[in-house]
Design a protein around this ligand. Structure first.
Ligand SMILES: Cc1ncc(COP(=O)(O)O)c(C=O)c1O
Length: 442
């Protein structure tokens, strides 16, 4: 234990080389022996030392990530806490998933299953459960040993797929608005994103624009259906057109299907089920949305042995593995009967309708989603057009937090007046939010 005097002495010493510009000469940059024994002091010294040096040469942040500061979710969630608002911004459920899945995680921890590094591709029980899920819902046969990779959420699966499959100079086509990690992952792989805009009110893909967007540099199409934030679900005909284009132009397809079980109108069809797509598709999903355990970050990628081997090569150097005991628990979850999945969709459909009615009453234009747990709206009927300003002012105006869709667009004009609300919340929370939003009319 350090005495108070020793602590003060160390603090003074550390401070003297933390701020060399004002406190001393260059030699002071080196930490004096005995100083910085505490990690916090050392971090302070390193940060300010390199911060000072690097400002004189080049920016600290890799230029591929320039401009990608804090995500809008962090900003808006902080605002929700600060103002005590109902948070319909970030897409996480306000009730945990089934007790038997939570119990399975606790049992695994206590029984010592998964507490040490699990196998790199994921525990066999989970890989088998994922394969069984693909067979049960879509009739897809996947080999749990060669064609399934467990990841740290869908987020890591997308990142690993981009890092594995792209090279600098490659182009990736994605429908915008898109989930914010896509742009960052494409950039980190040194590739270029090419957006094709989904337009209100239906947000259906413009298949001619998609075809026109393909160049000799196009490497892959990054799909998301059911689609966040618009709630659009790709139809069989649209998927067929995308598949035909991918085959014709020899493109890979990476498809993010995390909302596969949250569909209200139409059905979710994995593009990998279409002829000729098996060898060119990486399908991604995760447990977060389906089982309401978004914090566990258990996701997966499935695809041909060659594609999965490539994605695994990148993934092993990102997290290597994660969430050992949670992997056992999600294997239990995936085995739940069809009724669990049907009830999930029915419950969320009821909540969609509840919030949609509230938003309509508040005077917004509401685009009813066919899937996901988000509703996109347009604020122009309220006489406003700047979604970002609207979202920043909404907590003070009526105690609700939402997210501006403009942050998901490259073509900002297309999304400037759109605002997204999440409805993965309890009925009473949604009813409360609807009541608060009514104040917008007054
Ligand atoms: C489209 C989409 N993909 C991926 C994710 C992240 O999934 P995970 O939490 O499994 O990493 C989200 C979460 O909001 C999402 O909306």
């Amino acid at each position: 234990m350090l005495s108070e005097d020793q602590r003060q002495g160390l603090k003074a010493e550390a401070t003297s080389w933390c701020y060399p510009k004002t406190r001393g000469k260059a030699s002071k940059l080196r930490p004096p022996l005995g100083a910085a024994r505490r990690p916090a002091d050392f971090a302070c010294a390193v940060a300010s030392r390199y911060g000072r040096d690097m400002r004189e040469t080049r920016a600290l942040l890799n230029r591929a990530l320039a401009g990608m500061g804090t995500t809008i979710f962090a900003e808006m969630s902080a605002l929700a806490v600060e103002t005590g608002s109902v948070n319909l911004g970030q897409g996480f459920p306000d009730i945990d998933g089934p007790a038997e899945i939570a119990q399975a995680a606790a049992d695994a921890v206590l029984a010592g299953r998964g507490n040490q590094y699990p196998p790199g591709p994921g525990i066999p029980e989970l890989r088998q459960a994922i394969a069984a899920h693909q067979k049960r819902f879509y009739g897809i046969e996947v080999d749990p040993d060669a064609e399934v990779l467990v990841t740290a959420g869908a987020t890591e699966a997308v990142a690993a797929a981009m890092l594995a499959l792209l090279e600098p100079g490659d182009e990736v086509i994605a429908f915008e608005p898109y989930y914010d990690s896509y742009a960052a992952c494409i950039a980190m792989a040194g590739a270029t994103r090419v957006p094709v805009t989904l337009r209100a009110p239906a947000f259906r893909p413009d298949l001619d624009a998609l075809r026109d967007a393909v160049t000799d540099r196009t490497r892959l199409i990054l799909l998301n259906s059911p689609h966040n934030p618009t709630g659009m679900v790709l139809t069989q005909a649209e998927l067929q057109a995308i598949a035909t284009l991918a085959i014709e132009r020899d493109l890979l397809v990476v498809t993010d299907e995390v909302y596969e079980h949250i569909v209200f109108d139409g059905e979710h069809i994995p593009i990998v089920t279409l002829p000729g797509m098996r060898e060119r598709t990486v399908s991604i999903s995760s447990a977060g949305k389906t089982f309401s355990f978004t914090g566990w970050k258990i996701g997966w990628a499935t695809g041909s042995p060659e594609l999965i081997a490539a994605v695994k090569t990148a993934k092993q150097f990102l997290t290597f593995v994660n969430g050992g005991p949670f992997q056992y628990a999600i294997a239990t979850g995936l085995a739940l009967p069809d009724s669990f999945y049907a009830e999930l969709a029915a419950r969320l459909q009821r909540r969609r309708d509840l919030l949609a009615a509230g938003l309509q009453e508040a005077g917004l234009d509401v685009f009813i989603p066919a899937g996901t747990y988000f509703i996109t709206t347009d604020i122009r009927p309220l006489g406003e057009s700047d979604g970002l300003a609207f979202c920043r002012s909404l907590p003070a105006r009526c105690g609700v937090v939402a997210v501006p869709n403009v942050v998901f667009y490259d073509n900002q004009d297309a999304g400037r007046s759109q605002v997204r609300f999440a409805f993965c919340k309890r009925d009473e929370v949604l009813a409360d939010a609807a009541g608060r939003l009514r104040q917008l009319r007054s």
